[in-house]
Design a protein around this ligand. Structure first.
Ligand code: MEV
Length: 424
């Protein structure tokens, strides 16, 4: 993709948008254009007791430049304004050079809970002495992943003193899952090596499961925005910039606000995670646990001003997602989404997801510190209804404006206005 701007995309109807996207990308995006992309038979092979398939709108966020590359972002989400917000902010940020993003290697943490330890200190010594042997045993479980560059990377011990069952020892296995999210690989390794860990430590292994606080697999995104690009109606760019920093300070000082601030970030993150068939509950769990890592719930992003007066945004959170395995492979929309973004590795996908999260955060803050979110939200909703009622070109804006003025934003009203228009 050489240019993610997709001129006029927003004003096209559904079929025109699909045609433009196909022309611009040269890809077969059939699954994305279909109703959910998944047949009931495919769904039945994924989970139990299947009776149907649940669809979500899939939109394309335009204008993104991430690490110097244009990228079109597929977003699966039911909430209006999110895709428009991301596209709008991506346009502002591209004027200042786009987003920068980076992701750690795919190091997941697997936990083995050891109980019934007679001598925890001796157990620790024995486990540390056998570390090489334990890691080698881990690598024997999935030689294919080791061939692909993954496998055991380390072992750490954590003594939990504050449990009513103390002393409890937890073995952390650090395991590189390369391009997969890795829950299955990690859990298989943990279950395989648990008897060995029991024999060495003299304890009993209870839980053997990965941790969703994937803080060895962080992704970071940042952007620098010239204040003049933030200008909006009566608000000067510098004023919007300062209010955004002030809004961030509110989130930094108050967990009630931080939760909502982070929800805005997750609006963008989850939408891409879902569109690529990844486990969004895992990403959500990791994000919120990371937000509370200092013992207080905090915003995942930070907004400040640099020496040149530019607005600087930074975001960091665990993003454990993959491009192989599970639904990323079996779901046709996930495959098409990955092809659309030209993603080649799990790390690259995590970088994109982080950039979208930061964009979404800026979109929300920018609206909140100026007109509020309702006006834009209602305007967008009215446009969508006008288009669903068959309006095109300038008619979309006319009908949408009329509904907003009347305060009646409904499909029936859009249809009536269309009817009146055609009779005039
Ligand atoms: C709504 O889905 C998200 C926002 O509440 C985020 C925020 O308040 O920052 C607008």
């Amino acid at each position: 993709m050489t240019d993610s701007r997709l001129a006029g995309f927003y004003n096209l109807d559904l079929a025109q948008r699909q045609a433009l996207l196909t022309k611009e990308t040269g890809l077969d995006l059939g699954p994305i254009f279909g109703v959910g992309g998944l047949s009931a038979a495919q769904a039945a092979a994924m989970i139990e007791n299947v009776v149907g398939v649940f669809g979500l709108p899939l939109g394309i966020a335009a204008n993104f430049v991430i690490n110097g590359k244009d990228v079109l972002i597929p977003m699966a989400i039911e909430e209006a304004s999110v895709v428009a917000g991301a596209s709008h902010v991506a346009k502002l940020v591209r004027e200042s050079g786009g987003f920068r993003a980076e992701a750690d290697p795919s190091h997941m943490i697997g936990q083995i809970q050891l109980v019934d330890l007679v001598d925890p200190a001796a157990a620790e010594r024995a486990l540390l002495a056998a570390k090489t042997e334990i890691l080698a045993a881990c690598d024997e479980v999935n030689p294919r992943l080791v061939e692909l560059g993954g496998g055991a990377r380390g072992m750490e011990l954590r003594r939990l003193e504050h449990s009513p069952f103390a002393p409890m020892l937890v073995v952390h296995l650090i395991y590189d899952t390369v391009d997969s999210m890795g829950a299955n690989s990690v859990n298989t390794v943990l279950e395989s090596v648990a008897p060995m860990i029991e024999a060495i430590s003299g304890g009993r292994a209870r839980l053997r499961i990965l941790s969703n606080l994937a803080d060895r697999r962080l992704a970071r995104a940042s952007c620098t925005v010239r204040p003049e690009t933030l200008r909006f109606e009566q608000y000067a760019g510098t004023q919007v910039r300062d209010r955004i920093v002030e809004a961030w300070a509110f989130a930094a000082a108050d967990p009630y606000r931080a939760a909502t601030h982070n929800k805005g970030i997750m609006n963008g993150i989850d939408a891409v995670v879902i569109a690529t068939g990844n486990d969004w509950r895992a990403v959500e769990a990791g994000a919120h646990a990371y937000a509370a890592r200092r013992g207080r719930y905090e915003p995942l992003s930070r907004w400040s001003t640099d020496d040149q007066g530019q607005l600087v945004g930074e975001l960091e959170l665990p993003i454990a997602i993959g491009i192989v395995g599970g639904a990323t492979r079996s779901h046709p929309v996930a495959q098409a989404s990955l092809a659309l973004m030209q993603v080649r590795s799990a790390r690259q996908l995590a970088e994109i997801v982080a950039a979208v999260g930061l964009a979404q955060n800026l979109a929300a803050l920018r609206a909140l510190v100026t007109e509020g979110i309702q006006r834009g939200h209602m305007g967008l909703h009215a446009r969508q209804l006008a288009m669903s009622a068959g309006a095109s070109g300038v008619q979309i804006e006319q009908i949408a404006r009329r509904m907003v003025e009347e305060g009646v934003i409904a499909l029936e009203r859009a249809q009536e206005l269309m009817q009146a228009d055609s009779e005039a």
